[in-house]
Design a protein around this ligand. Sequence first.
Ligand code: TYC
Length: 102
Amino acid sequence: NNDLGRSTAVITKTKTRTKRPNLYRVLLLNDDYTPMDFVVHVLERFFRKDRETATKIMWHVHNHGVGECGVYTYEVAETKVAQVMEFARQHQHPLQCVMEKK
Ligand code: TYC
C-alpha cells in the first residue's frame, strides 16, 4: 500500500519458539521367572544396548526391582513398551515393561 509515496508496508517477524518434547523413561520391572538371558536379549534388541550395558541393566533390575532402559518421546516409548510386552507374551515370560513421565 502506498499513498503519495508514503509506504505503509508492514513487516511481521515470526519468533522461533523451540518447544522441548515431553520425555518418558521406559522401565523394566523385576520378576522371579523371566530368564536373565531373555532380559539381556530384550535390552539388545529393543533398546539397542551392547551386551555389557544390557547385562548391567539386567542386574540392576534384578537387584533393585526396576531399572531404566532408555528415555524417549511419548510415541517411541509407547511403541517400545508394546514391543517388549508382546515379545514377552510370545515367549510366555511374565516380564513387565512400563513408561513414566520424566
Ligand atoms: N529376576 C530374574 C531371575 O532371577 C531376572 C530378571 C531380571 C527378570 C530383570 C526380569 O526385568 C527383569 N531370573
